[in-house]
Write a new protein. Structure first.
Length: 207
């Protein structure tokens, strides 16, 4: 019975992944830190660097994993996850319906025509939601910036660890390799890391 339920959940997930269509952030590019060298005021340059990095932070690839409630969102329009699922105590689902029941250890591309409008099911060994205290949805860029600097709301990270998370974490890397049918986060993970480091080096000022 449990195997049947898991197989059924996987099929439902396949039918409810992000639809393959043109997305609003397809044309968004990410400028390198050098593009802001002409801003003479150090604090102003720092704020501009964060605003550029925020193009990644506020992209659907990141925002869907940082919901404001106990239910994830999906798609480039942040619609409620379908089928309905819950965060659970550890952020990876509830007993009997863990995230990993449908989201496997890697992103799986579907056969062409296997499911209308859907091309892949995202996955990773640590597929889960960010802790609730790290929720970003519904917040301004300035509010997210202040939150990222607050260890009580950023997973206990100092600025060096925050940079490491953005630049090197392999789950964060999913944002740029989201599988067929999804628009990647702007730029590259390396460039996002460079922007965050430049923001830190200029004082980590918030907009």
């Amino acid at each position: 019975m449990r195997i049947t339920l898991l197989l059924g959940a996987a099929l439902v997930a396949a039918l409810s992944c992000v639809p393959a269509r043109a997305q609003t952030n397809a044309a968004i590019e990410l400028r390198p830190p050098a593009a802001f060298d002409s801003i003479a005021d150090r604090a102003a340059r720092s704020r501009a660097l964060f605003a550029e990095a925020a193009k990644v932070i506020t992209s659907p690839r990141c925002m869907n994993c940082h919901p404001a409630g106990d239910h994830p969102t999906q798609g480039d329009d942040w619609h409620p996850h379908d089928p309905p699922v819950e965060r659970g105590a550890s952020g990876d689902g509830v007993p009997g319906a863990p995230c990993q029941a449908c989201h496997l250890s890697r992103t799986v591309d579907l056969f062409p025509g296997a499911v209308a409008s859907y091309q892949s099911i995202p996955g990773h060994l640590r597929w889960e939601l960010a802790p609730l205290e790290m929720a970003w949805q519904g917040k301004s860029t300035a509010e997210i910036c202040r939150q990222l600097k607050d260890k009580s709301r950023n997973g206990g990270r100092d600025l060096a660890m925050l940079h490491e998370h953005v630049a090197k974490d392999d789950l964060v890397a999913y944002g740029w390799l989201p599988g067929k049918g999804r628009v990647p986060a702007p730029g590259t993970q390396q460039l996002a890391g460079e922007l965050v480091q430049a923001w830190i080096d200029t004082g980590a000022e918030c907009p």
